[in-house]
Design a protein around this ligand. Structure first.
Ligand code: B12
Length: 173
């Protein structure tokens, strides 16, 4: 009888000890994570925030020689490496005196059709030209449209109501 009781007690103690060992050596969050990528822990993906970049400022000038005033200037913050179209939408949301429309081109994305109610016209050879003045004062004509251009910090983007010459339409513009 005494033997049975001590055997039972031993079995109980063994179970107790084994349980403790199993639980303490189970992969806790910290234990296992040290061998994993720092971004992943306990099956949760942690964003590496050290790499997130701040938005930056840019300006937008609407330039139409047939309007008064000729130039209207707007400013906005643009998401890190955000596209010009996004900045234009932000400006449109916040300013009553800036509106624009685009038309989707199957090859090149959005074509800027009108600004502040003034549309370009194939018949009159008019269009909204996209120009950019960099912080260093250099002005250039991007070789992509509003859906692809990624403004640099402090860019001044100019939407200029312009005309194109007939022969230009047969060259690379
Ligand atoms: C003619 C032409 C224009 C004319 C179109 C006038 C017209 N109604 O015919 C005008 C002067 C308006 C023009 C403007 C621009 N253009 Co352009 N254009 C061309 C060109 C030389 C020929 C297009 C063509 O007639 N194709 C034949 C017809 C039958 O095909 P289509 O699909 O109907 O052509 C239409 C489109 O090409 C569209 N279109 C023309 N340019 C652009 C630009 C963009 C971004 C979009 C979405 C559509 C578009 O207009 C054409 C007529 O409807 C091409 C280069 C080439 N050799 O192909 C550049 C080209 C298409 N244009 C280009 C660019 C960059 C522009 C501008 C953004 C330049 C600027 N910085 O202002 C602006 C557009 C601004 C805006 N408002 O969105 C680039 C596009 C590259 C890209 N990946 O985005 C190209 C490829 C030249 C280049 N630099 O390599 N363009």
């Amino acid at each position: 009888m005494g033997f049975k009781v001590s055997a039972l007690l031993s079995a109980f103690m063994l179970t107790y000890l084994l349980t403790a060992v199993v639980f303490t050596s189970a992969p806790t969050c910290q234990g296992k994570d040290s061998t994993r990528s720092p971004k992943e822990s306990c099956g949760i993906w942690h964003q590496d925030v050290s790499n997130i970049q701040e938005p930056y400022p840019m300006s937008l000038v609407v330039s139409n020689p047939y309007s008064t005033p000729v130039n209207l200037t707007f400013t906005t913050d643009i998401a890190y490496r955000g596209i010009l179209l996004g900045a234009m939408r932000k400006i449109q949301e916040k300013n009553q005196n800036f509106t624009f429309t685009t038309e989707e081109n199957p090859d090149y994305g959005p074509f800027l059709v009108s600004v502040n109610g003034v549309p370009g016209s194939a018949a009159n050879h008019t269009y909204w030209e996209l120009l950019v003045t960099l912080l260093n004062g250099t002005t250039f004509r991007p070789d992509v449209g509003v859906g692809c251009y990624i403004p640099n910090p402090h860019d001044t983007v100019i939407l200029k109501y312009s005309t194109w010459k007939h022969e230009e339409a047969s060259t690379v513009l």
